[in-house]
Design a protein. Sequence first.
Length: 271
Amino acid sequence: MRTLRNLPAALVALLTLAAATACGDGGGTPGTAPGHGTSGTWFVQSLTTGGKTLKAPPVARVTFPQAEPDQASGNYGCNGFTAEVTHAGATTITVKPGSTTAMACENTEFETAFAKLFTGRLAVDRQANGLTLKTADGSTIAMSAEPPTPDAPLTTTAWTVTSLVSGQSASSVPAEAAGRAVFTLSADLAASGSLGCNRFSAKATGDGAQLTFGPLTTTRMACEGPVGELERKLTELFAESPLTWSVEGGTLTLTAPDGTGLTATAGSAAE
């Protein structure tokens, strides 16, 4: 059997390089840089700092290069930036901010917080499809390999009620009533749909993040059991005014002044 000592020098060099490459990838996923596995584009989901969580604008992201030197680039939510990134194994990076654009932006709170957190020594927590960076004071930058889901529009979307909210607790719609309560708001805030059993229509008015529903006009079928109970609660909720609304991705939340409310998921756009 021939040993490395007996092989030509060029072949020895080639085998040595191949061995080093095979041992250095650390079993990382395809397309990630050897040793740290953070390369590629990561979409920022949220920042948590000072006891407050800030939702990221859809364009907030960081791109880590696969090869050295690590010159990262990204977007703070409006302005673009570059940064020099040094890896210490797979669990720590050090970020030195570089250049940034200087556009006037609306969401300055998020931009300022992101720029403040994405600097210095950061702990790295790599998940299956996510990446979290943590500062020394416990603040975090949560990122995902998948781009964020755009917020569905409040109007022209078919909303299917999935749970009822009471204060800090939420309960799923009973299985017998699942998918039965569906409603849509037109561009002029005319509401229509089903309360779970009877169909309804109503005119709503909007003021910023608040909706006020007028009297509901409904069909008059007798509704019992879980379907009837769901209908009763929804009728009571729509009578509470104003309702505060928010949409995150494909989820709508309506909340009454007394803390009751609902969550609903987006379906196909209404014709």
